[in-house]
Every structure is written in structure tokens, then in C-alpha cells.
Design a protein around this ligand. Sequence first.
Ligand code: 9MR
Length: 555
Amino acid sequence: MNAKIHYCHPGYVPSGAKSFLVAFSEGSSLPSVKFNILDSENRVVYEGLAENLQRCEYTGETLFKGDFSAVKTPGRYQIALVDFDAKSHLFEVSDEWVLRELKSNIKSFYYQRSGVELPERLAGIWARPAAHLDDKLEFHPTMERAGLWNAHGGWYDAGDYGKYIVNGGVSVATLMLGCELMQVHSQKSSIVGGADFKESYELPVSLLDEVRFELEFFLRMQDDDGGVFFKVTPYRWDGFVTPTESDASQKRYILGKSTSSTLNFVGALAQAHHVYANVDSEFAEKCLFAAVRAYLWSEKNPEVDWPHNTEGSGGYGDSDLGDDFFWARAMLYRELKNVESIADVNVAGLLERLESQLPVDMDTYLPTYGLQWRSTQNLAWFALATMDCKWTERARMAFKYTAEEILHLQKEDPYGLSICKFIWGSNGDIANHALTLYLAYEWFNDSKYRDAAMEQIEFIYGKNPVDVSFVTGSAWSSPKFPHHRISHSDGVDEPVPGLVVGGINEDRQDLHRKPHYMGEARGMSYADEQCSFASNEVAINWSAPLTAALLLLSA
Ligand code: 9MR
């Protein structure tokens, strides 16, 4: 019988639970499987029995679960089966790999920067010249609007060269959520950054500096009337060329002004007011003022549709904006409660309206297991849970109930997942569920939430049916051919590091491109091939929750 070992490829943390799976493709009547843990000199440091678990419905495997939590001494180890010819690669038991991965994830946002040079000093072999300046964009022909617009900067959304407010909003908000919690714990973290903001702006080590790069782009996307444009898009989908080559081949446009983009803007910029208050108060106030103007626009324009053009860039179309209204309102409410006045704005009147609408929002939009670009209410609940108001306790309890449901689902699943389906960007869902568990841990301090979150993170880093550590550059198994135009066109063999690929996606929307998926079973729906945009593309909204989860884990 052929046995496989599914484990977390970079490693495990010394203090946490450590488990792996042994998988047989056919049935097995064995009650258990013997294993050894070897150190880097091949000495047996631990002997154990992996217990028969269950048949995995989405892979067809028979699985056994091994536990070696007792091994706590930092070092490099291997898992070896005693009666079968199967051994893992060497992995670490350490806290360092988490920190290394965290830094690499943060840096991946730097590599997604648009419109600026990435000098060799900071970007190493992935240096590139400034392109896609986007500072004099025409409006898309469908807008029938004359003039030019400056939408410089911001991150590319994913493997394509579009820049979107809707998906950028949840990404930047998720990263700020991580920063906020670190600020609460007064972690003097050079990773989050802050006080030395102005000086360190050039150095992509501080998360708040990197986040500000996206926020400055957001500010440029606000129209004179307060509404916010939807995206910057090339006229047609770019080929797998560099940004400079893309510039030479076609024009880029600014497109749409919609309620969804405006609400994403409100949520993100109101939160920025909170996060940057002690870093750069002038910037923080500018963000809040912009958020209020945008909200007032959305009150008058609650149903302006997103632009349906998907030639050249993705849709991010959302038919239910109630959750986005909730997010915008809750974040604004949290900030405005502590503000006396804002030029030309009736703050008291606005607060009154928010206060009367929030209870309805709360009843309608319970927290989801994880945040998504489509369902953003968890950010609203987060705002209420982190302020002092009559709903604080209710918001925290809402996260606790949700975390309990996640735990329940995890227990039923052989891989310890709580997602019910592998959708496009399943790794983003998994990281977001982990993040919800960390929030419950934050307020209820029960280590079961933290351990369960770690188990989900381990899935992303290799303890999965396809044995891939889904973050570029993270392990021997990580993706080599992500659907990422920059990685493909830069002439460097190794893909840009720190990027999370979408992962297993049973809907396989890219079959016409003929990727070689790793098996027939739905849990095998992954291909490390550039053509597999449905399983192997990278995206900022999948990286952001992993970054935030690692940030909280590292604390
Ligand atoms: O992440 C998005 C996923 O939820 C949608 O199902 C999919 C199809 O609409 O689009 C994904 O987002 C893509 C976006 O539209 C364009 N940039 C790349 C994104 C990741 O694939």
C-alpha cells in the first residue's frame, strides 16, 4: 500500500499542537500506523501511533491522524512511518518560521505595488521600473465623461493588472484589523510600524506603511461629489507581460462609480482614522473626512450598480449591499463617537441616523465564518466589538458563537477545515475562518480557538490533500507557476515570494485552458500551472487574512 504524509511543510510552533495525516488511497482495516519523529541527525526522538480517522469524502483517502505535540524542543525534524516507505521532508519546530512567513506575506503587498519603481535595494531580484503610472487616466468610453483622472498607486489586485476598490477594501481592512489588535496589546512591533511612519515609508518592513500605500490610492479614487470610482482597468486583459510592456500595448481607464465601491471606501477609510490616529493625525483626519463625504453620497445614492464590464478586469459584482452598509455604518459610528466636529458636517445628526440603523443591520447580518469581499459584515461586528458602546458585548458574543460553530465543523472534517466547499480562493476562506477564531481568542482567551486557527493555517502550508504549501517561496512544495503576470514576465525563475494562491477549487472554471488537476476527486482540484486561473492565481484578499492571522499568532 502506498502511504502519503500530509503535514505542515515549513513546520510547527513549539508550544502548540502538532499533528499530521497519513493517507492511503485505498481502504485500510489497520487500527493504527506506527510512526517515528527523527531529528536532523536521524535519531528517533519520539515514537507514536497514528489513529484511524475516517474516509475523506472529498478525496477518497483513508486517513490516520498522528500527534507529536510532545516534541517541543526547537529544531529540525522529520516524520517517518515504521511499516511503510514514507518520510516527510525536514521541517522546523520553531517560532521563527511564522515570523519569516509573516514578513514575506507583508512584503508580497510591496511587490503588488503599481505605478512606482521597486528598486533593487528593496526588491532584490524582483526589482522593476515604474510603470502603469495611472496619473492621467481617461474615463472608460462607457462612462461618456471627458477629462483625465489621477488614480496613481495602489496594489494590483491579483495576477492581473486591475486595481479594484471593492476587493482592495476588504484586503486593506483585514490588514488594519491585525494592526489594531497589535496596537491594543501595545506591541512595539517593528512589523506593524507606526510612530516612525514618515521616516520608514521607503522601507517595506512596516505593515502600516504598506497599508498606507493602498489608502493613498483609495483617496485618489474619490470623485468630487464624494462617490468613489470602482476600478482602474486595462481596456482588454493583458497578456503575460510586464507592466512596462502592458503600458506599451494598451491604455488603462478609470471605470464606474458605484454604491459598493463607495461603501468599501467608507469602511476602510473610517478604520484608517482609528489606526493612524497616533501615527499621523493629519492623515487620520483626512481619511475620516473622506469617509464621511463618501457615506453621505451613498445615502443619496444607495443603489448605483457596479460596472458590468469584465473585459480587461474582474467583476466583483455584488447584488446585496446591506452588509457593506453595515460595515460602513459601524466603522463610522465607532470613529464619530469620539469626534466633536467635522467641517460642514452635522455630526450629531449623522450619529443619530447610524444609531437607529445599526440595530436593523445587526439583526439582518449575523457574522459569517469568515470575511469575504462579497460578505463584509464581520468588519462591522469587529468595529462594534472594539468600541465601548451598548453593543460591545453582543458583538463579542456573536464572534464566540461563530467560533463555536467553526470548531464544530472542524471536528467533523478529517483535514480540520470548516469550509463546506472548495470555492475559488478557498485558501482565502480558510485563512479568514482562522482569523475569526483568533478574534474569539482575543476576547475569550480560550486556547482551543487559537489551536483550531493554527490547524487551518497548517492546511494552507501543506497539510492538505495535494501536498502543496500554498504560499510562494514558503517550502519545497510551494507553487512555482502561479497565475501572476509579474512572476511570469520578470525573467526571474522563482515566483515573487509571499503570495497566497487561490488553492483547491472544485468548480474548475478554467478547464478550457486544460490544466492538469491533481486528481478526479473534488479535493484534488488544484494545478500548479499558470493557465489555472481558478486554482493558482494569487490575490490580495487571500493574502491579507493569512497575514493578519500570522500577525496575531506571532503575538
Ligand atoms: O475572487 C474572485 C472570486 O470570488 C470570483 O468567483 C471570481 C470570478 O468572478 O473572481 C475572483 O476575483 C478575481 C477578480 O475578478 C479579478 N482579479 C483576479 C481575482 C482573483 O481570481
